[in-house]
Design a protein around this ligand. Structure first.
Ligand SMILES: [Zn+2]
Length: 346
């Protein structure tokens, strides 16, 4: 099979390029958007910090007549390493600033924690028995946590990053991460969407961070807000560009309401831990076939769905150990058939 040249840049609009960089995956690719200015290029997202990613970025910038050393700023949609990873290295080569939402700047400290430990935390929080935690951790490497360098600019909702000649506004769209940002280009009505909305994949929502937190609700409200902007084109960080945001948002709403209703129905059969419920809503009825990151995503998703039901007054969490969930008896929404599949996206 021919090796795809991930660095070949695509011209999206005059002065706006898309560079596709490889990822250790899945997903296998991330798109970095380049905004040309008289002062030098600005990037939206940076790609994962690997030698392949760095080479693809360098080649891509060279192909459009510039260099990493010329980059003036890196706007990062969120703190996940397929987006933030290369930003500090770009800054070291060029003196560019890095911009991120403050809530995602705070998330960078999570990378100091070994991923196995983070998985164990979320499983225990979901009420998984020790045997299941031990089994899930078996075979996972230890000590892969690392420090991620801090951003220079903290961008809040509505702020306008300094990118000369471009009419950009940061939009806080929490859900996939607590401080996820999209960037709105007002002159051409373009939505630089990060991981907020992809044309095929349903993105994961983050783990609820407290008893009031409802990441799925925040995600759905963010979609409503983006839909109202009526962009001419959506420029996501994975997969491909698309124009029908409203159609895609409709699919995502139906998907999430169907999944939440399914959790509510299973919960209605009686109190259970999030761990048990996560297994019961699957066609296999168990989580025994899952390990590592996919297991983390499935359990986090159930916690987010339960937190969404709690905010609607339909479920409550009873402190443990183990913590478990119970219906409030106020009725559950009826499930609708799934309209789209799911696979995790970092
Ligand atoms: Zn991503």
């Amino acid at each position: 099979m021919p090796v795809r040249d991930t660095a070949a840049p695509t011209l999206v609009r005059p002065g706006l390029w898309a560079l596709t960089l490889p990822l250790p995956g899945p997903p296998d690719l991330v798109t970095v958007y380049v905004l040309e200015t008289d002062a030098g290029p600005y990037l939206v997202d940076a790609g994962w910090d690997t030698e392949d990613g760095w080479r693809a970025l360098s080649r891509g910038l060279a192909a459009i007549g510039t260099r990493v050393e010329e980059v003036r700023g890196v706007l990062v949609s969120h703190s996940h390493m397929d987006h933030y990873g290369l930003a500090p290295r770009i800054r070291a080569s060029s003196g560019a600033w890095i911009a991120l939402h403050p809530l995602d700047a705070a998330q960078l400290s999570h990378y100091r924690i070994d991923p196995a430990e983070r998985l164990a935390d979320v499983l225990r929080r979901a009420g998984a028995p020790d045997t299941a935690v031990d089994r899930a951790l078996a075979g996972l490497g230890k000590g892969r946590g690392h420090d991620a360098a801090a951003p220079d600019v903290l961008l809040e909702d509505g702020q306008r990053p300094e990118v000369p000649g471009w009419d950009l506004t940061a939009l806080w769209t929490p859900g996939h991460s607590p401080g996820h940002l999209c960037f709105w280009e007002g002159r051409q009505r373009l939505l630089l969407a990060g991981d907020q909305v992809l044309p095929h994949t349903v993105v994961a929502v983050h783990e609820p961070e407290g008893p009031q937190d409802d990441p799925l609700g925040g995600y759905l409200e963010s979609l409503d807000r983006l839909e109202r902007l009526r962009p001419t084109e959506v420029l996501p960080a994975h997969e491909h560009r698309f124009t029908d945001l409203s159609g895609r948002v409709g699919e995502l709403r139906a998907h999430h309401s169907g999944r939440v209703a399914r959790v509510a129905e299973v919960l209605d059969a009686g109190p259970a831990t999030a761990w048990e419920l996560a297994g019961r809503v699957r066609s296999r009825g168990t989580l025994d076939d899952l390990h590592g990151f996919p297991l983390h995503v499935v359990v986090t998703r159930t916690l987010a769905q339960l937190s969404h039901l709690r905010r609607q007054g339909l479920a409550e969490e009873v402190p443990g150990p183990p913590p478990y969930w119970a219906p409030t008896g106020r009725g559950v929404p009826r499930s609708s058939p799934d309209v789209v599949g799911h696979r995790p996206v970092r």
